[in-house]
Ligand binder design. Structure first.
Ligand code: GSH
Length: 111
């Protein structure tokens, strides 16, 4: 708390710190459409688990409306996994691995 006569710069520093902390605490929304028999899905989930990134798994083994939703959201892709970060389509397992390899996945997860 800034007392009477305190520096206004202290308030600035405090609010900057608050924004910084909010960013650090931010949990990205990761969605992954999967099938139980899919090795690429296992690999993609393993990477997310290793990075301690929580995700929502959407099972499309039986087709149905969720599979149709996946195809629609991914611009016609029929294979699993299909991965989304904060609503942005990333692609499949290879695309996720490539982002990690290029050092860009953490940036995306923190953006
Ligand atoms: N290169 C793709 C390969 C994905 C792939 O081939 N997935 C298989 C399952 S492991 C698939 O969806 N096959 C068609 C199907 O199950 O309907 C990736 O990295 O995600």
């Amino acid at each position: 708390m800034l007392g009477k006569g305190g520096s206004p710069f202290a308030v600035d520093a405090l609010s900057r710190k608050r924004v910084e902390l909010a960013r650090e605490c931010r949990v990205p929304k990761v969605e992954i459409y999967t099938k139980m028999t899919c090795g690429f899905c296992v690999r993609a989930k393993r990477l997310l688990d290793m990075k301690k990134v929580p995700y929502e798994e959407i099972h499309v083994d039986l087709g149905g409306p969720k599979k149709a939703e996946m195809v629609e959201r991914s611009g016609g892709r029929m294979t699993v996994p299909q991965i989304f970060i904060d609503g942005h389509h990333i692609g499949g397992c290879d695309a996720l691995m490539a982002l990690e390899y290029d050092g860009k996945l953490d940036e995306l997860l923190a953006a």
